[in-house]
Design a protein around this ligand. Structure first.
Ligand code: URA
Length: 210
């Protein structure tokens, strides 16, 4: 079983993350590293996919060999930064189904409000991996997982690149059944909700906006 929180300490992940954090890393470099790191994180978060065996013939003999079992994995990206993690994961699991959730923050209540939700069917029979590079306050992740559970999802993982302790705590309280996989947990959130030391605004850095 994955723990509540898995920090992927592999040297390649940590090295790539350090380059992504640097303020002078270009948009193209940031995007390339995010795709590379997402492959490595995907390897960890898909550890518990169901397996079965099939009979196959190698050039030498027959054997019972392991293959993935059950309904296709569902990846759900929290717009827009979640899309940066999708490409790498889809390279590893090309048959995965993909959904998108869009949330904005109500300026008065400061609570996340849904503006878009298109997710694969039969969520109850799939492993669902929610992707968003930055787990900051946890408000949007918790809301996205609420929406997925309301649509039947039962077997959910959350994959991010960086997390704040505040976001991890909020997620573990709201959804203790959802393991979190990340490359690092940083020090804290600042007054603007940015992860410190962090890497800035992940969406801006991957899409070259300000
Ligand atoms: N979202 C980001 O892109 N960066 C942060 O530091 C926090 C939330």
């Amino acid at each position: 079983m994955l723990d509540h929180l898995t920090i992927v300490s592999h040297p390649l992940v940590q090295h790539k993350l350090t380059i992504m954090r640097r303020k002078d890393t270009s948009t193209a470099g940031f995007r390339r590293l995010l795709r590379e790191i997402s492959l490595l994180l995907a390897y960890e978060v898909t550890r518990e996919l169901d397996m079965t065996t099939v009979s196959i013939e190698t050039p030498l003999c027959g054997m019972e060999a392991p293959i993935l079992d059950g309904k296709k994995l569902a990846l759900v990206s929290i717009l827009r930064a979640g899309n940066g993690l999708l490409d790498g994961i889809l390279e590893l699991v090309p048959a995965a189904r993909v959904g998108f959730i869009g949330l904005y923050r109500d300026p008065e209540t400061l609570q996340p409000v849904e503006y878009y939700c298109k997710v694969p069917d039969e969520l109850e029979d799939r492993m669902v991996i929610v992707v968003d590079p930055m787990l900051a306050t946890g408000n949007s992740s918790v809301a996205a997982i609420d929406m997925l559970k309301a649509r039947g999802a039962k077997n959910i993982r959350f994959l991010c690149l960086l997390a704040a302790p505040e976001g991890v705590e909020r997620m573990n309280k709201a959804h203790p059944d959802v393991p979190i996989v990340t490359a690092a947990v940083d020090s804290h959130l600042n007054d603007h909700g940015y992860i410190v030391p962090g890497l800035g605004d992940a969406g801006d850095r991957m899409f070259g906006t300000k």
